[in-house]
Design a protein around this ligand. Sequence first.
Ligand code: HEC
Ligand code: HEC
Length: 269
Amino acid sequence: MKTFLKVVIFSLAVIIFYAFYANKMIPQVKPAPPPVEAKLDMGSLTMEQFIQMGETIFHGKGTCELCHNPVGGRAPLLDQVGKRAEERLKDPRYKGKAKTGEEYIRESMVEPSAFVVAGFGVTGTNDTQSPMPVVTSGAIGLKDFEVDAVIAYLQQKAGVPVTVQLPKEAPSAAKEEAHAAAPAKTAEEVVAKYGCGACHKVAGQQGALGPDLTKIGAKRNKDYLRSKILDPKATPVPGFPSGMMPQDFGAKMTAGELEMLVNYLAKSK
Ligand code: HEC
Ligand code: HEC
């Protein structure tokens, strides 16, 4: 009997060891990401994939979430914008050109000041000027079909019919996307890649939500700048909303990109 127990205990130990080993010690094999071209094969694109693309852009390249999130409170939440878009057109303050909900959302993205949601305008402009960047130019630079993808995503999220059309042909976006993932070669590219210009005046960008960085080198040294980018919450600048600047640049930037950016800012005087 004793031997039997020993065998049972030994077997259990072996099983537990291997279960643990398999879970913890063997590195998980992640499936390789699909090639960029496959993702952007417009020929066989379904609406479902197009909406998925819009969601990816919304959370990533579009930088929408930098402002449209429940934490900062600096921009309206967009979960239901697909639904309220048509209501906006009936607002007595509405002076834009849109006739449909879809057109309203597109106009919000390409001409943010056409209609400024009450209470969200640039301070001192009485809601005539929007702090939102034009998302088809500058740092964000969405293509038309990417804007459409985001609209499709926002309509679906709000549970209204998706009215945008699938893009007809594949632009040469595949190459550009691949390029965007490559490390930036100049400080200006770093600024563009990480969307600093959505919030800051820097490297030709006109963001208005954070401090102007065009002369930042005159008052801040490289150590401060580096740690501010890596851990913005540690040194909040008074007079600006704390917690708004993204906290994950350290995880995303390459060391080379960070140094290029820090050197560039330190020299901006
Ligand atoms: C730098 C901050 C910022 C970024 C980045 C930004 N927005 Fe905005 N957005 C705002 C603010 C502030 C408003 C409210 C003022 C206005 O109406 O323009 C707004 C308004 C909107 C509206 C109108 C909302 C309504 O209730 O009528 C839409 C739609 C919108 N944004 C979509 C987007 C999308 C999509 C993206 C990403 C591609 C994006 N925004 C990126 C700040 C931002
Ligand atoms: C979503 C908006 C947002 C983005 C994107 C953003 N910042 Fe900021 N940043 C802020 C705000 C708001 C402050 C001021 C409040 C604070 O200190 O957190 C700030 C503060 C700073 C400061 C300190 C300025 C001073 O006077 O001390 C630096 C430097 C800075 N940001 C650099 C960057 C760089 C570089 C990037 C891009 C890699 C970037 N920020 C992206 C919003 C942003």
